[in-house]
Design a binder for this molecule. Structure first.
Ligand SMILES: Cc1cc2nc3c(=O)[nH]c(=O)nc-3n(C[C@H](O)[C@H](O)[C@H](O)COP(=O)(O)OP(=O)(O)OC[C@H]3O[C@@H](n4cnc5c(N)ncnc54)[C@H](O)[C@@H]3O)c2cc1C
Length: 442
């Protein structure tokens, strides 16, 4: 701590929003405490690469402590925040309380199963490094099972991989599973709406669909999943065997939003003031995926990294500015008038569809195909700045591009796959009719 000030800013969450708020504020005379339940920051846009064995977990995550180590007025606490007492100005964890003068809540979002939480076990979502490793485990295990079946003379069937949800994550995963073993993998992408990547202009959505189909992905649009059970998925009366099912369909804000005790929307996002503060609590800010804020045209800001980054920087500057002026927080009436409002600068959006395939929108300019993919690659490497291993990621990427190899094919943890049974392993204690058990890895 620098000891120049007693003003303490507590930041909950070291994702894109929280980290950028901390870095922006770190040059001011404040004491900052960053609280996160993980010890690492995850670069979520590249999680799918870990899930599909293209990159290793350490290449897309970095310890929060190391990222912030050069800022002497920042302390990092690894703890799960359980609630808040806004009147007493404390953040609660399971075994302690952390007092604040200003609070920034940036706890992000998670998966929503639309009332079917029981599907989670059979169809995991992708949000954390742990999720990515679990998905990688299931996918590689399924290929191992197919290999064993083939070598035992039990047929050489294709494996169905089903991805539910045609947003950016679902689309990126769809192609990459096929890339692991195109001979064996049959990829199905199920989307409830009429288009994949529905947040993009229609010409780009259509282009994405065509690019996916060209890459061999079977896309089902306007189709709702009605039931998921171990190893099978239903769309109405149709049942499909599935070696691996993945959930990329719904997003729900962190439950911490509700714990703030202020109005939230249907997805659990906190309805913030235009300056991202809470009604009646000008010293409390909510940013990133957890905040619900509309732009000038009344459209809700999207749950994407640039929004969280810009909001983190904005709130950091706002607090610093008010502290310099001698009043933090300013009374809500002084923040009125628009000069303290957050405005999102949309510099464009990109979605990858697969090897040399992507779509990109920069204002009125719409690009698809190889050029869009190059732009996507460039932006993602650029975003990784601050990570010691961004050069390694670049080399790894270039290597896989030219050799078609996937370097991180590790199966870790359990060797059971829900809903699948392999050929007899010779060890009765490890066989189970509900689960696949693999004893020999090739
Ligand atoms: C698979 C995937 C792919 C994506 N791809 C893209 C993309 O290509 N482009 C793009 O712009 N955006 C993408 N996004 C969205 C982007 O990652 C999010 O919009 C962004 O991470 C939001 O930042 P945030 O700071 O609000 O939350 P997060 O980055 O999610 O950070 C939240 C932090 O809060 C911590 N936390 C949560 N609850 C607690 C608690 N109770 N106590 C303590 N700590 C807690 C978490 O551990 C985490 O570190 C993707 C997201 C996912 C999941």
């Amino acid at each position: 701590m620098n000891g120049k000030t007693s003003h303490r800013v507590v930041i909950v969450g070291a994702g894109f929003g929280g980290l950028n708020a901390a870095r922006t504020l770190a040059s001011s005379s404040v004491n900052i405490t960053v609280v996160d339940r993980k010890n690492h920051h995850t670069f979520q846009p590249l999680l799918y690469q870990v899930a599909t064995a293209g990159l290793s977990p350490g290449e897309i995550a970095a310890p929060i402590r190391s990222i912030l180590s050069r800022h002497k007025n920042v302390e990092v606490l690894m703890a799960e925040v359980t609630g808040f007492d806004l009147e007493r100005r404390v953040v609660q964890t399971a075994d302690s309380e952390v007092a604040y003068d200003s609070l920034i809540v940036a706890a992000g979002a998670s998966h929503a199963y639309f009332g079917h939480d029981e599907w989670q076990t059979f169809a995991p979502g992708l949000k954390t490094i742990e999720d990515a490793i679990e998905i990688r485990r299931r996918v590689l295990l399924a290929f191992e099972l197919a290999e064993r079946r083939a070598s035992a003379g039990e047929g050489d069937d294709q494996l169905n991989f089903v991805i539910v949800g045609g947003g950016p994550t679902g689309v990126a995963l769809a192609h990459d599973f096929r890339a692991i073993d195109p001979r064996r993998a049959r990829i199905h992408l199920i989307e409830g709406g009429p288009l994949v990547l529905p947040a993009y202009p229609e010409d780009l959505s259509r282009s994405a669909l065509e690019q996916l189909q060209r890459l061999g992905v079977e896309v089902l649009t306007s189709t709702m999943v009605t039931k998921i059970e171990p190893g099978a998925i239903y769309t109405g009366a149709t049942r499909m065997n599935a070696a691996v099912i993945l959930w990329a369909a719904g997003v729900a804000a962190s439950p911490l939003g509700k714990k703030l005790g202020v109005p939230i929307d249907r997805a659990g996002r906190v309805l913030v003031n235009p300056d991202l503060s809470l009604p009646n609590y000008p010293e409390v800010f909510v940013i990133g995926d957890l905040a619900a804020l509309k732009d000038a045209s009344g459209k809700l800001l999207p749950g994407v990294a640039p929004v969280a980054i810009q909001q983190g920087r904005f709130v950091g500057k706002l607090i610093a500015r008010e502290l310099e002026s001698g009043a933090s927080p300013l009374s809500p009436s002084l923040r009125e008038g628009g000069s303290f409002d957050f405005h999102y600068h949309d510099k464009g959006s990109l979605a990858t569809i697969g090897r040399s395939a992507a779509i990109a929108q920069f204002g009125k300019i719409h690009i698809s195909g190889f050029m869009a993919w190059l732009a996507w690659l460039f932006v993602h490497i650029l975003f990784l700045i601050g990570f010691r291993n961004r050069v390694l990621v670049f080399i790894q990427w270039a290597w896989s591009y030219f050799t078609y190899e996937r370097g991180a094919r590790l199966i870790t943890g359990s060797t059971n796959l829900p809903g699948w049974s392999g050929p007899p392993s010779g060890d009765p204690s490890t066989s189970d009719s509900e689960e696949m058990t693999i004893v020999n890895h090739k």
